[in-house]
Write a protein that binds this ligand. Structure first.
Ligand code: C2O
Ligand code: CU
Ligand code: CU
Length: 495
């Protein structure tokens, strides 16, 4: 409830009240919105889901209407529930006046069904990819992936969560009552103009450092409050910001248990006091509220090895700030939650000796002049000022052809002064090392995005199974969307 509807409820106009400042501050909290669930309906193709990209407005700030984009609603979309083993058809209709695409981030699907920049949905048309859900339970998401426009469309709201369940997740005694003790937290930062509209890229710096806002939204709620009614709550964290990293922690330093990374459960729970997620990364954590004391989910300043260096460190002030994300006020009496399991799953590590090849990719960026627009864009094929191996994204170039049923090592070197979250489509990978050092416990799970700090080299190993298609490619790119939109992306096929 916004302050205004609250006052309206009392039959009072906002201006007729003189409220002490501290009371105002308490009232300014809005109940955390929970995206509606979308379960799909049985059809001859299996389960069928209807998703509609639409334009609308949303009152994020009381009294101001913000033009937005959303899926089946004004801003963001429903949480799509998938089940391992099911055949699904996702019908995505585009009611916008512009092109769009919808990509299933983290899902293992045929290239044609992937929703990348080549699978354009023209205004007024419907795109209906279908596939079999054949991967582990986990938290994934969907978002626009239109060439040069991903950043803007995602920022305005074309994104939503995917929750995939399987037998393992059914069996595990984790909080799983969606909206009650299994809570998605889609975290984003925004910049509002004084009329309530969303400001987007306005300067070369917004492209160079990525676009940062000065306000955060959780599930599209500004100043959100969540009131747990159970002893333990599972939060599905998604960093859906364009560029900002969040270092999740609690203001009372309480510890929490990590149970899943991008691609699903880790083997054993890991106890954390803070956890960094770069853009597009997910984590599932379980938090104990048994003490019933209120606290805040916050973001701490980004530390090493990911903080930007030198002048860039000062320019990326957004990542250096501490911010409050969510107020948590547990109910006085909490329903009992089952004890948290410590053993979650078994993962089979891929062996570097089985790798058919090691691909080396170096991330770099042009500095200074001409950061906006991008010189290659006039050509229409891609281009920009951000590069992988010295080349900017070009729709007409397939950078790699991977042989189906092989294992590969990808070695990503960051030749810049800031962190880039490197993401690859098609499958989940396992991190081998970071500058030669084995990953820490919280990075020893399945991942589809990995933060590569300034000057760092990260190696991961991945298996390319299923869906041979020499004519349709998958993407790999930096998930700072302004970098992706301006060249730091490439394509590969599996054939
Ligand atoms: Cu989340 Cu290629 O994207
Ligand atoms: Cu993706
Ligand atoms: Cu980047």
């Amino acid at each position: 409830m916004s302050r205004r509807t609250f006052l309206k409820g009392l039959g009072l106009a906002p201006s007729t009240l003189l409220i002490p400042r501290w009371v105002m501050a308490a009232q300014a909290k809005n109940p955390l919105q929970i995206p509606p669930r979308l379960d799909g309906v049985a059809s001859e193709k299996g389960k069928s889901y209807s998703l509609r990209a639409q334009a609308g407005t949303r009152e994020f700030i009381a009294g101001l209407r913000t033009p937005t984009l959303g899926i089946n609603q004004d801003y963001l979309g429903p949480t799509v529930f998938l089940r391992r083993g099911e055949d699904v058809e996702l019908n995505v209709s585009n009611t916008l006046k512009e092109q769009t695409t919808l990509h299933w981030h983290g899902l293992h699907v045929p290239a044609k069904a992937d929703g990348g920049p080549a699978q354009i949905i023209e205004p007024g048309t419907t795109w209906s990819p279908n596939f079999n859900v054949n991967q582990n339970a986990g938290t994934f998401w969907y978002h626009s992936h239109l060439l040069h426009k991903t950043g803007e469309q995602v920022y305005r709201g074309l994104a939503g969560l995917i929750i995939l369940e399987d037998e393992k997740s059914d069996m595990l005694d984790l909080p799983k009552n969606y909206g009650v003790d299994d809570i998605p937290l889609i975290v984003q930062d925004k910049r509002f103009n004084s009329d309530g509209s969303l400001a987007y890229v306005g300067s070369p710096r917004d492209v160079m450092m990525g676009f940062f806002g000065d306000k955060t939204l959780v599930n599209g709620t500004l100043d959100p409050v969540f009131r747990p009614t159970t002893q333990r709550v599972r939060f599905r964290l998604l960093n859906a910001a364009n560029a900002r990293s969040f270092t999740f922690a609690f203001d009372d330093q309480r510890e929490f248990q990590l149970v899943a990374t991008d691609g699903g459960f880790i083997e054993k729970t890991v106890s954390c006091s803070s956890l960094v997620l770069g853009p597009s990364e997910r984590a599932e954590i379980v938090v104990d509220f048994n003490d019933a004391s209120p606290c805040k989910l916050i973001s701490l300043p980004l530390g090493s090895p990911f903080a930007a260096r030198g002048m860039m460190g000062r320019m990326q002030a957004g990542n250096n700030a501490r911010s409050e994300l969510l107020t948590i006020e547990p109910a006085a009496k909490l329903e009992q939650s089952p004890a948290l399991p410590t053993e979650l799953t078994t993962l089979s590590p891929l062996n570097p000796r089985d790798a058919a090849t090691t691909r080396k990719l170096t991330l770099s960026m042009a500095m200074g002049m001409g950061m906006m627009g991008g010189r290659g864009r006039r050509g229409g094929g891609g281009g920009g000022n951000f590069f992988i191996n010295g080349q900017a994204m070009d729709m007409s170039v397939i950078n790699y052809r991977v042989k189906k049923d092989t294992t590969e090592i990808w070695e990503i070197t960051n030749d810049t002064m800031m962190m880039h979250p490197f993401h690859i489509h098609h499958s989940q990978f396992q991190i081998l090392d970071r500058d030669g050092l084995a990953p820490e416990a919280h990075e020893r799970g399945l991942k589809d995005t990995v933060k590569v700090g300034p000057g760092e080299t990260v190696r991961f190993i991945m298996r390319f199974e299923n869906y041979a298609d020499p004519n349709t490619s998958y993407m790999y790119h930096c998930h700072i969307l302004e970098h992706e939109d301006n060249g730091m992306m490439g394509q590969f096929t599996v054939e």
